[in-house]
Write a protein of this length. Structure first.
Lengths: 558, 183
């Protein structure tokens, strides 16, 4: 007997030894059937080997001279950087590198990733049998939580997609519907959502290790929002006496609270969202006067309910609320406002289509909105509009820029979806990245004979880099010097400058090319400027043809 | 051999993955059964773990850790399955030679029934950690890899699960000692 535990471990071992030791016959067969239906997909980078093979095929040119020219092109691509001091000095570096990554969009049953800098959009999922309906970036910007609805058999679940390796796992499932969320807890350890299971409404937290926490039982729970300190979860639900706001603790023994909202309105239409100071919670409601729209503020500590005056219009369009560092974003059928201490500031005027979903950028300076653009008779392309949210810029007005993605809907009235903006934490440590790169030759350079080798100087390439971290994506200009050996192997060196909307990476590189120009390897180091000031980017590129791939890391400069 | 299969499966080789899955099925099923305590649910958990294995293999950095990693997926799947299904069929099989001393048998059977009842009242998370320790005989270091948490946390959770099992046993014994109430 174990005195501490009141049981004999030997008896427990004996009990656990009971039971089957072999799996029933045929247990693996359904697994393999599923595996064959689901060939593995890697999200980034895609098809490296295929690209290399294609590049080699393109390289198979008959003329040696043509091959030389190609080779020069290929090699040069890879590269990076020297401190281009003059360029570095032209920008005033901000206090901290840009925090804004990709915008994830769940629309028309799939998830899309949009680069707000270049406008490039990529379908992350193309699933025909399931619909991805809501998407949320994890606080570290590495994973996406997705609400998924399987059509046959009906089943709703929460998946997490790891963008680093393309893996996808189901955190929680077998629900009749996902009613609210998913959203992440600020520490990234819980994915919070509300679900319907039969007649029950549940507010749940799914841990990444598979544990499911039941946080509350509530009918019609929706609009989940975590307090800025990460301690409380607020959501709207249908109480016995009308709509109510529920506030439950995410940890500890604090008591859950509920606030009746019937005095403010008849139904919750948008939110709730915490104010950025954590002292209040905003809720958009259908007012007690038919057709009216009310914005209510609930005191987080005393539960007082007050209405907030503003040009919100009526309740004909579903209002959307969001939290920004400088206030609450309020989007209604009449426009989009930033509600700060001094009152609402126009962010988007009435002109143009208003968004059906919004996301505030992680640095709090921009807003992304999902909206239909240029609808034809029976089809509407879908776009993500981004515009400044900082009060000074917003007050000055700014035309939203629509970044078109590949999804379409039948009409703007049928457009639903969600958006989430990727946070990019400042790299306190080295962050690993992968990228691919395609290049074109701008200049073949000058060819001179140096002893037994042929030197090509100042070959210029223009490349497009796509990296797993958007801070390392952009347009790269490379200047290469190539020393060709008689056996057609070569060494190369040079400088490169990678630029995007937030800053630049300038550096130098060197590498080698195999005989016949079938392969090259280049190592490089670059220093950041602009938003990337204080960071160093080291990477290694391999490839052939005009398509290259690489791995690297970036972090604080020594 | 297994490392080679893991490497090939990571690159998408379905035949290699099938070989891995068939080699692992018995040990995974046996562990899942102890956690979920139901043959159908154990099959569900094992299949879910194998599918997750296929999807997540590219993320496995060290093929030598495949076994521990596979138990991690299995524990997750078993907990998930157990949380969503409350069916419990405690199939009992006394291993051959278990009852060596006929005089000792009643006491051992009573103890076994006590612990079976108490074990069934634990959460799936607690059952999982006890299965890793007392069925798979894993060290704290191995459990740390399987569960993806520090060794100290493993020890703490194991202690908590053990105390919980002891508490249920004490409660059961106290109940059984209460005088029968008149109808």
């Amino acid at each position: 007997m174990n005195d501490d535990f009141d049981f004999d471990p030997a008896v427990l071992r004996s009990y656990l030894a009971e039971g089957p030791e072999q799996a029933p016959p045929g247990t693996v067969d359904p697994v393999m059937a599923q595996v064959r239906r689901e060939p593995r997909r890697r999200l980034v980078p895609a098809g490296l080997l295929v690209q290399l093979r294609q590049a080699r095929e393109r390289l198979a040119l008959p003329a040696a001279a043509a091959r030389l020219a190609w080779a020069a092109v290929l090699l040069a691509l890879l590269v990076l950087t020297l401190l281009v001091a003059a360029l570095v000095g032209r920008r005033q570096p901000p206090l901290q590198p840009a925090m804004n990554g990709l915008v994830a969009v769940a629309v028309a049953g799939d998830v899309w990733l949009v680069d707000p800098g270049s406008g490039a959009a990529t379908a992350l999922t193309t699933t025909a049998d399931i619909d991805e309906t809501v998407v949320a970036w994890s606080p570290d910007g590495r994973s996406l939580a997705v609400a998924v609805h399987e059509r046959s058999p009906t089943n709703s679940r929460i998946d997490v997609i790891d963008l680093a390796n393309g893996s996808r796992q189901t955190l929680a499932g077998s629900y009749d519907a996902i009613a609210g969320g998913p959203i992440w807890s600020p520490d990234g350890e819980l994915v919070l959502f509300s679900a319907r299971l039969g007649e029950r409404g549940l507010v749940l937290g799914a841990a990444l290790d598979g544990a499911i926490l039941e946080l509350a039982s509530a009918t019609g729970a929706a609009g989940l929002s975590v307090s800025p300190d990460g301690l409380w979860l607020a959501f709207a639900s249908e109480g016995v006496a009308g709509p109510e706001l529920r506030i439950v603790p995410l940890s500890g023994d604090a008591a859950a609270r509920s606030v009746a909202l019937a005095a403010a309105g008849t139904a919750v239409l948008g939110g709730p969202v915490w104010t950025s100071d954590g002292l209040g919670i905003h809720v958009a409601m259908a007012g007690n006067d038919p057709g009216s729209l009310v914005l209510a503020r609930v005191g987080a500590h005393d539960g007082t309910v007050a209405t907030v005056d503003g040009p919100w219009g009526d309740g004909t369009a579903a209002p959307i609320l969001g939290t920004a560092p400088t206030g609450t974003v309020v989007s209604t059928g009449q426009g989009v406002w930033l509600l700060g201490p001094a009152g609402p500031i126009d962010v988007q005027p009435v002109e143009g289509k208003l968004p059906v979903a919004i996301a505030v950028s992680p640095d709090g300076r921009r807003l992304a909105g999902l909206r239909a653009i240029q609808c034809a008779a029976d089809t509407c392309p879908v776009g993500v509009a981004t515009l400044p949210l900082a009060p000074a810029e917003a007050a000055a007005g700014s035309e939203p820029q629509d970044l078109r993605i590949g999804a379409r809907v039948a009409s703007d009235a049928s457009l639903t979806g969600t958006v989430s903006w990727q946070p990019l934490p400042y790299p306190h440590d080295e962050l690993e990245i992968e990228f691919d790169e395609t290049c074109v030759t701008l200049s073949d350079g000058q060819s001179t004979q140096v002893g037994s080798i042929t030197r090509y100087e100042d070959v210029v390439l223009s490349c497009t880099d796509r990296a797993t971290d958007p801070r390392l994506s952009g347009t790269r200009t490379t200047h290469v010097t190539i020393d060709m050996e008689p056996d057609e192997s070569a060494t190369l060196r040079g400088t490169s400058l990678l630029e995007n909307a937030d800053g630049r990476w300038a550096g130098s590189f060197s590498g080698t090319v195999t005989a016949g120009y079938t392969w090259h390897e280049v190592s490089a180091v670059a220093q950041g400027s602009g938003a990337f000031a204080g960071l160093t980017y080291r990477f290694h590129v391999t490839g052939a043809g005009t398509v290259f791939t690489g791995t690297g890391s970036f972090g604080p400069s020594d | 051999m297994e490392v080679d299969l893991v490497d090939r499966a990571r690159l998408g080789d379905q035949a290699a993955f099938e070989a891995l899955a068939r080699a692992a099925q018995d040990r995974l099923y046996a562990a899942a059964y102890r956690i979920v305590r139901d043959p159908d649910l154990a099959e569900d958990a094992m299949q879910a773990a194998l599918i997750a294995m296929w999807r997540d293999l590219p993320a496995l950095r060290d093929p030598a850790r495949f076994e521990a990693w596979s138990y991690r997926l299995l524990v997750r799947a078993s907990i998930r399955v157990a949380r969503h299904e409350r069916r419990q069929h405690d199939v009992r099989r006394i291993p051959a030679g278990e009852i060596a001393d006929p005089l000792d048998a009643p006491w051992r059977i009573a103890q076994r029934d006590e612990i079976a009842h108490a074990f069934g009242h634990l959460t799936p998370e607690h059952r999982a950690i006890l299965v890793l320790r007392y069925y798979l005989d894993q060290s704290l270091a191995t459990m740390s890899v399987v569960l993806g948490i520090p060794e100290g946390t493993v020890a703490s959770r194991l202690n908590h699960a053990s105390r919980r099992l002891g508490a249920v046993l004490r409660a059961d014994r106290a109940t059984s000692l209460e005088p029968e109430r008149a109808p």
